[in-house]
Every structure is written in structure tokens, then in C-alpha cells.
Design a protein around this ligand. Structure first.
Ligand code: HEC
Length: 147
């Protein structure tokens, strides 16, 4: 997916403060890395991303296909999907009536502070570290069913 990679590289590059003398070099190096071996660059990220998911979310969520609900619902193939739509999980009313679709910005806000985003939700979780949220979301994206 070249367009995807390009978007990602841009976003990561944008995180580097523009006054930094390394900004250009970082963007450049990343471009080379992605161009040279997108698969292996992704693999490295992926192991880390999966680890982050397990550490941050794994107590309450499984993510593999057909995995059981725990305190929270299974989140396999959740990216791009409407909220509170999994069979066999008893969602809170605030989440049921949210109308959320779990695109990346919505997921990011959700895991940053679920209670603030949807008061009354039964997901008691907050992650202030944007880098960790990014990893978790990257992992969830790999668990998206091809259309
Ligand atoms: C302490 C347990 C707990 C942790 C930790 C937790 N969650 Fe949740 N999660 C829940 C519960 C409970 C719900 C259901 C919320 C509701 O119905 O209001 C939920 C709901 C969700 C939903 C909505 C699912 C749907 O079907 O609409 C997503 C997405 C989600 N969690 C992602 C995450 C991610 C990603 C993490 C880790 C960064 C995480 N959660 C950490 C308990 C947790």
C-alpha cells in the first residue's frame, strides 16, 4: 500500500519539531527505510505494537478473530466499524447511543480517556502517551478484515 506508507511517513515526520536540525534527516531516512523494505520495517513495528496492545488492553480485550469477550468486547476487526455492535457483549447505554465509528481519530480519543469522551462508559481506561496509543491503533489496524 504505497499511499498508506506515504501518509504514515508524513505523519511521523510531522511529529519532529520543524526547528529541529534533524527534521529533514529523519524524514529522509524514514522515506528510504520505507522505500527499501516496507515489510521488515512494518514487522518490527508490529511486534512492538502487539506488545503494547497486550500490555495496555489485554487484561480486558482479546483481539484475535473469534476471541472471547472479557471485561470488554473482542476487538478483532474493529477499525472502521460502528461502536457497540458486537454480539454477546453487554455495552453501556452511553456507548450504545454514541453513534461512534471506530476510525483512527475516534479510537485515539477513546483510549486517551474513554470516560471523558463518553461519560458513563464502563471502560475505565486512560492512556496519555500518544506514542503508545499510536502503537495500539497500528496493531488494531492489522486486524482488519479485507473487504
Ligand atoms: C479495565 C478494562 C479495559 C481496558 C484496560 C481497556 N478496555 Fe476497552 N473496553 C472495556 C469495556 C468494559 C468496554 C465496553 C464499554 C461500554 O460499553 O461502555 C470497552 C470498549 C472498548 C471499545 C469499543 C468496542 C465496541 O465494540 O464498540 C474499544 C474499541 C476498546 N474498548 C478499545 C480498547 C483499547 C484499544 C484498549 C487499550 C489501549 C482498551 N480498550 C483498554 C474495558 C477495557
Amino acid at each position: 500500500m504505497p499511499s498508506h506508507s506515504a501518509g504514515r511517513a508524513r505523519r511521523i515526520a510531522a511529529d519532529v519539531p520543524s526547528r529541529s536540525p534533524f527534521a529533514g534527516a529523519a524524514a529522509c531516512g524514514l522515506g528510504l527505510l520505507l522505500a527499501a523494505s516496507p515489510a521488515s520495517a512494518q514487522d518490527i513495528d508490529l511486534a512492538k505494537a502487539r506488545q503494547q496492545f497486550v500490555a495496555s488492553c489485554g487484561v480486558c480485550h482479546t483481539a484475535e478473530k473469534g476471541g472471547p469477550n472479557r471485561q470488554g468486547p473482542n476487538v478483532y476487526d474493529i477499525v472502521g466499524k460502528p461502536a457497540a455492535a458486537r454480539d454477546g457483549f453487554k455495552y453501556s447505554d452511553p456507548l450504545k447511543s454514541s453513534g461512534f465509528v471506530w476510525d483512527e481519530p475516534t479510537l485515539d480519543r477513546w483510549i486517551e480517556d474513554a470516560q471523558a469522551m463518553r461519560p458513563g462508559t464502563i471502560m475505565a481506561y486512560r492512556q496519555r502517551d500518544a506514542e503508545r496509543r499510536k502503537l495500539v491503533i497500528a496493531y488494531l489496524k492489522t486486524l482488519t478484515e479485507p473487504k
